[in-house]
Design a protein around this ligand. Sequence first.
Ligand code: 5AD
Ligand code: SF4
Length: 422
Amino acid sequence: MNVSDSEHIAGMLQASGMKRGACPEESDLIIVNTCAVREKSEEKLYSLLGRLESIKKKKGIKVGVVGCVAQLYRSKLWDKKPSIDFIIGPDNYRQIPQIAGAPSDEKVILTHVDSAWHDQSAQKVSRDSRVSAYITIMEGCNNFCSYCVVPFTRGKEKYRPFRSILAEAKGLANHGYKEIQFLGQNVNSYIDPETGEKFSDLLKASNEIAGIEWIRFITSHPKNFTDDIAHAMKNAHKVCHQLHLPVQSGSTSVLHRMNRGYTRKDYLGKIDLLRKLMPDIHLSTDIIVGFPGETQEEFQETMSLLEHVRFTNIFSFRYSPRPHTTAAKDEDGIPFDEKKNRLIQVQTLQKKIQLENNNSVIGHFQKVLCTGKSKKDPLVYSGRNAGYQVVNFHSPTDVLDRFLRIKITACGPFSLFGEIEG
Ligand code: 5AD
Ligand code: SF4
């Protein structure tokens, strides 16, 4: 979501006459788009702002902080870093060009929250890719998982009209885009504010757009991932057989304390249905270890779930307390070293599973969308397969932004290597 928001902000600034700077030292304006979901990203912000202060002293540049940390701490950010010029929350990005371009040095704060959907900048997006595009379909979250700060920064769920989403997708297809990725904190609960159409209807409708070959979406919630979505994934042939379905924990009692609204059995039931409908589906997930009060037995349930599901990829985190959340009110009772140890156990197990999974496709042919070029070696390219795995390969000619048929010849736990067919 933040990558996409940054593309929108850059697009609006370019439309107002600004140019993208090569690095902070060569820029007159620096906008830091922030994430508040974990403590670590917040810490990174403060150290970055420290570095930017020294550039600011030399050159008198403007520095703005936007995004979820801006929304969370509002004017309190000035207590920590008085040098910040403007603080702007996610619902106020449309005002950035005006504020950033203003000649005055007056400090500005905008953290108003919209309750309804407003298109932030329909046409002015500076996308990093010419072939794969993010399309935001909803924002906010009503779930209040007990560890999560997002409902306090992005506010309540609001949904973009179906017709506006489809118009953007068709426009992208007309400009040569081949892949679209629907974005939202909780895409499965999408409902068209005008017609009541659901997320599965959106998958079906976007499947009809000529030119688009791959459709993906992120993030799903097991509680809202209903059977109609699984069936739409199977039947709408452009929707990749790939799903990021954050489980967070394999233990029903921890899931209950997390306020996730499903049990281990519910989650595994959804996985069974998905695999029955799409035996080739690639699944990924998020895991939190060391949630307050997580016992050894509860932690082992996460380990056994990983062994059972054998995800293609996972994102795993040490629990960190976040402002306003109910879990942060409890003492977590788990020593830092124990949390670290559990994280290592999760990552070691998953690495082994991924290496086994990846080894099993050596010799197979895969469709890959080439999305990047190595900076070190001009003949090395990278792309993603339908399962959203990274595939690296050599090519003597420029194949950027093209679909290719790649024979997988080698692998590591985190990526595949292959050769272009022919
Ligand atoms: N501590 C650790 N991980 C967290 N996440 C969200 N909040 C926290 C927290 N307080 C993780 C969840 C979520 C992902 C985006 O970040 O796994 O799915
Ligand atoms: Fe946070 Fe839970 Fe909402 Fe995801 S579903 S954004 S984890 S509150």
